[in-house]
Design a protein around this ligand. Structure first.
Ligand code: ATP
Length: 941
């Protein structure tokens, strides 16, 4: 068989070379893999009687969320050592699209060549725009898109993203109290600012900044911006930010160039900026608040008055939304509230906001809305009192500036005294996190182009392939069925699979960069899968990991793309003894998405068995009918032939030579050459790896971004960026940190004793007011929280795997320890009885957004008490949660309701929302669902 393949390859070198190229379906610009073929499989787990759905190499595990157009699943990448990824599954068309189409011209067929103008507004257009935007992005504080599986012959598009195991930022309790301490909030803010800065540089306006779109990494040290569903690209902004010389090809992607979205209302109402909800009839309304400091009254009037002409919608809307988010994190409530959507817009436009007396979980005093020297225009921070409260109110007043032209810029935010307050050296931080520094590390066009080839979709082979698989499905031949996995594994053991398809760059090799500890991982042929399998977590493990997820367990490794941004200079120590911890970075060929049969005896097999569609047999010995053979030849020029013939190509040679290298040799080779060889060795990340190696300080910068303190760099000077973003750092993440999360809270771990908590709080409060009140408040909260907590069970999602003594966790007041997912709920459908903090179900999608709260700081805004007719429908079974204004995802829920997967196998649905028991504890809010105004959809992108 192999000989036949080889001979046919000699006959058609040209075609085969192009076939080879077609296998390397990388986007030439940014390393996002574009896959044009999708293969569905399913596998039964004999033990748990579950069926695992498999799309290409991704094994779907749990549903972690539902977005505007589809659902997000946790999946494992079987060719990357079962790394966790998030896969967003979206339909090209939803019900609305079909109705629109019917109304317009039912006879007009819609093809990929349909003019853009006809596609505008369609679901597919929105998805494509989201993809086009995400493809541009590669930043440590922005969720990264890794692969798009977009098979024109199927109805769905799969967006494979890095998985953020920490979930959304939870920011308030059911009783509207903040969940995060002030310093935690500040660290989150620093991460968001850096991410936003990058987005704006790229010409992207996010338009939906809110807590629910800020996701934690699994170790809860880093926050990343997610959800670009309503984002917009502004060419003008990109030009202004980057300059003409830096404009790239993808900046002129037609799908991005449509800026009409900007004029539409999109986002979450409570977070919308005044210029978005502008209404000319408000022009005569001058909003002013009576300030106790008469000198600042005039300033406040200027500050809160909206401009008289319709302002342009610019990136400043993100800064406003960031201000609302900051306010929410600090106070557990949002600054603008009202009963209806219309009302909230008016309030946003015309009313000032209030400041509660205390902020954060630690209840630091704010000093009130009006303080001397606060909110001065122009800014003069020398006159600003050096108290946390005064500084944060000053920042808020600049973020929540109704006049977008006077609103603070991101660059100014970065330099604001509150943001840099706890930094050892603000100047260093600013220097290290400067966007210009980061951009220098981006790969050049030449680098990416030398590493990747673009591919066009091959209609003929694809259609042939379809026919082939259809024929097979119609008449299944029992004896020809693919052997069970076990047999695959046995094949592995006899060497059907060889190393070349996976270049072993051990994770720790890449993270530590310390050659003295390094030991290359040697694999016997065929043992790779076995090892991976042995390490592969069971479903139960997975769920358990998900619960502890979030604290960076070794088994629950979330995929951190940045972990692969390494110089690969030398192997490093494996922290996990007795198990293979190496991150197997696939070669280009292993990233091939077309499933290929393996030539027997060939040592250049690049496709693991797990990639085969059911219709293929890896041994290539399956008897076929003549028709099938012809169809097969038609469909791929016979892939084996084309594949084998690719040995003529330089790429093949490069890969083969790399394949023959030992891991450490590969690692040693990588940084030396930045062109094809190392590019092939590690796929799209390689050029970046070498880029990273150019700047050791980058690591420090990114650590500073999240962790604040240069002390960390001193503690672990050799640790590089990859370890910062790796969830495998179980060694240095202490329990309290994991409990509290928030970007390096380890610096100031929560005191385990209430008394020391009191002391530490007092020390931070003493300078600004009566110490007793704040300290007492914290102590009361601590005690109350401990009293409330019935018992922390093994289900505690934030429990550290190694230290889970109940007592230890009980002493922690961290609500974060109790807000995470409840994995058990998804296992058997039951709820955890250990839920300690009841969260408002409307809360977790930030959507939180539009919920009139009982606790308002008082003042001008409308106050809706919790007992306002909220119980009316409490007995309705809690069919819906109270949310006067649906979140972006909720708004599309109706559209998505019909989007049930017809080809979807049964999957456990894991609810990210608070469990029912939590909802039951808050009947008033559920009952408010009846008041939710559905008549006016607000998101109209
Ligand atoms: N990369 C990821 N890792 C982990 N969870 C994710 C990831 N991306 C999305 N999610 C989760 O999946 C859910 C849906 O995400 P998506 O961004 O598609 O929804 P959405 O449109 O943002 O919804 P909404 O706007 O209402 O928040 C969210 O709750 C989010 O927390």
């Amino acid at each position: 068989m192999a000989n036949a393949v080889a001979s046919s390859s000699r006959d058609r070198p040209a075609r085969n070379r192009s076939s080879m190229h077609s296998l390397l379906q990388h986007d030439p610009h940014d390393g996002v893999v574009i896959t044009k073929e999708v293969f569905h499989r399913s596998r039964s787990e004999s033990v748990k009687h579950d069926t695992i759905r498999i799309i290409n190499q991704y094994e779907f595990k749990l549903r972690v969320g539902k977005g505007q157009h589809g659902e997000v699943y946790l999946a494992e990448d079987s060719i990357r050592n079962y790394m966790q990824v998030a896969v967003k599954v979206v339909r090209r068309k939803n019900k609305t699209d079909r109705l629109k189409k019917l109304r317009r011209n039912p006879d007009l067929p819609r093809t990929p060549h349909t003019p853009l103008v006809d596609q505008l507004g369609s679901t597919e257009h929105k998805i494509r725009k989201e993809i086009a935007i995400m493809k541009k992005l590669n930043h440590p504080h922005v969720v990264r898109l890794l692969e798009v599986i977009d098979d024109p012959l199927t109805d769905k598009i799969y967006m494979v993203m890095e998985y953020l195991g920490g979930g959304e930022i939870k920011w308030r309790t059911k009783s509207d109290n903040p969940l995060l301490r002030v310093d935690q909030t500040r660290r989150i803010c620093r991460d968001v600012i850096l991410g936003l800065e990058y987005l704006h540089y790229q010409g992207i306006i996010h338009r939906d900044i809110k807590p629910a779109n800020l996701l934690w990494t699994a170790d809860r040290r880093t926050v990343k911006i997610s959800d670009f569903g309503v984002s917009t690209f502004s060419y003008a902004q990109r030009l202004a930010a980057a300059g003409k010389g830096n404009i790239k090809d993808d900046d002129t992607d037609p799908i991005l160039m449509d800026e009409s979205d900007l004029s539409k209302t999109a986002g979450t109402p409570m977070f919308l900026a005044p210029e978005i909800v502008y209404d000319a009839s408000d022009d005569d309304i001058v909003v002013s608040q009576t300030s106790p400091h008469s000198s600042s009254t005039l300033q406040l009037q200027t500050q809160t008055q909206a401009p008289r002409q319709r302002p342009q919608v610019t990136k400043a809307i993100d800064i406003w939304a960031f201000g609302v988010t900051l306010y929410g994190l600090l106070f557990g409530i949002l600054p603008f509230n009202a009963k209806s959507e219309y009302e909230i817009y008016r309030v946003i436009r015309t009313q000032d906001w209030e400041v509660p007396e205390a902020m954060g979980l630690d209840q630091l005093p704010t000093g009130g809305r009006y303080q001397k020297g606060v909110g001065r225009r122009p800014a003069d921070y020398r006159l600003l009192p050096n108290t946390e409260g005064a500084q944060v109110v000053d920042l808020l007043s600049r973020l929540l500036e109704k006049n977008c032209e006077k609103r603070i810029t991101l660059d100014q935010v970065k330099r604001h005294p509150w943001i840099t307050r706890d930094l050892h050296s603000p100047e260093d931080w600013l220097h290290e996190t400067a966007l210009t520094r980061y951009l220098q590390l981006e790969p050049t066009h030449a680098e990416t182009n030398s590493a990747m080839s673009s591919v066009r979709f091959r209609w003929l082979p694809r259609i042939g392939n379809r026919i082939l698989s259809t024929l097979r499905n119609v008449k299944p031949q029992r004896s020809f069925r693919r052997p069970p996995r076990q047999q695959d594994d046995e094949k592995d053991n006899v060497g059907v699979h060889s190393e070349p398809h996976v270049v072993h760059l051990a994770r720790h090799q890449t993270t530590t960069g310390n050659p003295s500890h390094g030991r290359p991982h040697h694999h016997h042929h065929g043992s790779i899968r076995e090892k991976a399998k042995s390490r592969r977590p069971s479903r139960q493990d997975l769920l358990r990991n998900k619960s502890t997820n979030d604290i960076g367990t070794k088994s629950g490794k979330p995929f951190e793309p940045w972990a692969m941004w390494n110089n690969g200079s030398a192997p490093g120590p494996s922290k996990s003894k007795g198990t293979e911890t190496g991150l197997q970075v696939p070669s280009q060929q292993s990233r091939v998405t077309s499933p290929l049969p393996s030539p027997v005896g060939s040592s250049q097999v690049t496709t693991p068995v797990s990639e085969y569609p059911p219709s293929y047999s890896p041994d290539g010995e399956r008897p076929r009918s003549r028709v099938m053979r012809w169809v097969s030849i038609l469909s791929g020029g016979h892939r084996q032939a084309s594949y084998a013939s690719s040995s003529n190509s330089p790429m093949y040679e490069a890969n083969t030579s790399l394949a023959n290298l030992r891991p450490h040799q590969v690692a040693a080779t990588a940084p030396a050459s930045r062109d094809s060889v190392d590019a092939l060795s590690s796929g799209h990340v390689t050029s970046r790896q070498s880029s990273i190696s150019m700047s050791g300080k980058f690591t420090k910068a990114m650590r500073a971004a999240s962790w604040t303190a240069p002390e960390f760099a001193q503690v672990r000077p050799s640790e590089d960026l990859t370890s910062l973003y790796s969830a495998e750092r179980g060694d240095d993440v202490d329990e309290e940190t994991l409990m509290w999360g928030a970007g390096g809270i380890a610096q100031s771990p929560v005191p385990s004793q209430p008394n020391s908590a009191l002391l530490s709080t007092v020390s931070s409060v003493q300078s600004i007011g009566p110490p007793v009140s704040a300290a007492h408040a914290l102590r009361s909260r601590t005690e109350a929280a401990a009293a409330e907590a019935p018992e922390i069970s093994h289900q505690d999602p934030c429990a550290h795997p190694r230290h889970t003594p109940t007592a230890a966790r009980l002493r922690t007041t961290s609500p974060l320890a109790r807000v995470s997912y409840n994995p058990e709920e998804t296992i058997d459908g039951s709820e955890s009885e250990d839920e300690e903090v009841s969260y408002d179900s409307a809360d977790d999608d930030s959507n939180s957004s539009f919920r009139p709260r009982g606790r308002r700081p008082g003042g001008a805004n409308i106050i809706l008490n919790e007992d306002v007719d909220l119980d009316a429908s409490s007995g309705d079974g809690g069919s819906s949660t109270f949310d006067l204004q649906p979140s972006t995802s909720q708004r599309y829920q109706d559209e998505d309701d019909e989007s049930e997967d017809e080809d979807e196998v049964h999957l456990e649905v894991r609810t990210r929302r608070p469990s029912q028991s939590a909802a039951e504890m808050s009947p008033p809010r559920r009952s408010l669902s009846t008041h939710r105004p559905r008549e006016r959809p607000m998101i109209c992108t």
